[in-house]
Design a protein around this ligand. Sequence first.
Ligand code: FES
Ligand code: FES
Length: 166
Amino acid sequence: PDLHPITVTVDGEEHEGVVSSRKLLVHWLRDDLDRRGPKIGCDTGNCGACTVKWDGKLAKSCMILAVQADGSEVDTAASLAAEDGTLNDLQQKFKEHHALQCGYCTSGMLMTATDFLESGEEVSNESVRRALKGNICRCTGYENIVNAVCAAGGADAPLPHGRDTE
Ligand code: FES
Ligand code: FES
């Protein structure tokens, strides 16, 4: 049968699996490992909802076969918060800035934004928008997402209306 053993370090923990050669990494993460951060928004590499880090680089996990990930390291949004569930600074800024509505894009946004903030590039409204251009949100209009990432990067970012007195 078309089945292949794989070993992948996911969010810092080694996982073994047996997958068909056609199985996508996003399906293995979600269905076999119950990592529900990466979402399937398009399955064609266009929306960014499935974004993970693959050996330290951003990757769309709907564009990677699970067998290709054998021997590699994959990080999902589940790696961002502390073990007790305490949000990291970027996640906290998403919360404060109302940067999510349905949440479908959020995991991918967080992974891309994390990579951007770690890159050392100057943080500004323009540079954040450029960094997030491969991630589509159907709900928020982007303003609050961009502001959340700016705030996490130390740049000026207004809080949403009604939260500016907090
Ligand atoms: Fe992978 Fe849309 S589901 S880019
Ligand atoms: Fe719904 Fe972005 S919060 S798609």
